[in-house]
Design a protein around this ligand. Structure first.
Ligand code: GSH
Length: 233
């Protein structure tokens, strides 16, 4: 991963430059990285891995990445960081102006996290890290994913972005949720999960073609083999 990465832009000065701590293979890290890049914000990447050491817990209270270093201190939890970025870097706007539509974008993010990303993550050991998944876990995860996709089918609009006309934070979340969860469903259940929502495949293809995602994916690819070796049981 190239660090520091200043992505050009028109907001913020060097003295207030945001620092994104995390690593290129992390899907949550890439959601925030994509948001920063799409905002055109200057920021620096600090390569960081999850840790339970006291020094890191003082920055990220449960030891996860990403976390965002601001002039006032550290923030963690991806959806919170996305909200913060919207407050401090209001243009371009990635939430609709209308409060109900804004809430629906947040609803989509919450649903993707709770009913797609987190259950699919339970199967990462067997799919990505050379470990195995128990039959019980495989059986438990599938109905949660099915319920989540049915819910998203009712909420997402996918024309051209996941929540309709405007690109929103839900697009950043979707890009890096479905890249991994889609793989999990295909490998474990032989199921094309993305096909459950009309237009979602096309929307994700459009998002994956964006410069921001291409940069994240290139760095992810370059870092993947070393990360998998690190995660091997
Ligand atoms: N809820 C957190 C999840 C972040 C997360 O799970 N990050 C992973 C890397 S992709 C991590 O740090 N895992 C280490 C751990 O779970 O202890 C967020 O929204 O940022």
């Amino acid at each position: 991963m190239a660090a520091p990465v200043g992505c050009g832009g028109n907001q913020g000065g060097k003295e207030t430059m945001l620092k994104l701590h995390g690593f290129a293979v992390s899907n949550y890290f890439n959601m925030v990285r994509m948001a920063l890049m799409e905002k055109g914000a200057p920021f620096e990447i600090i390569e960081t891995y999850p840790s339970q050491e006291a020094a890191f817990l003082s920055r990220s209270p449960v030891g996860k990445v990403p976390c965002l270093e601001t002039a006032q201190g550290f923030l963690s939890e991806t959806s919170v960081m996305l909200d913060y970025l919207e407050e401090v870097l209001p243009t371009p706007a990635f939430y609709p102006a209308d409060p109900f539509r804004r809430a629906q974008v947040r609803q989509a993010i919450a649903m993707m996290e709770l009913y797609i990303e987190l259950p699919a993550r339970r199967l990462y050991p067997g799919v990505f890290f050379g470990g195995s998944n128990s039959e019980a876990t495989v059986a438990e995860v599938e109905p949660v994913l099915r319920k989540g996709m049915a819910g998203l089918k009712a909420l997402l609009q996918c024309s051209p972005f996941v929540m309709g006309e405007q690109m929103t934070h839900a697009d950043f979340f979707a890009t890096f949720t479905f890249s991994l969860a889609g793989n999990v469903a295909r490998k474990v259940y032989n199921w094309d999960l993305v096909a459950e929502v009309p237009g979602l495949g096309e929307t994700l293809a459009r998002l994956n073609a964006r410069d921001s995602v291409q940069v994240c994916n290139a760095d992810m690819k370059a870092a993947m083999a070393a990360f998998q070796a690190r995660m091997k049981p």
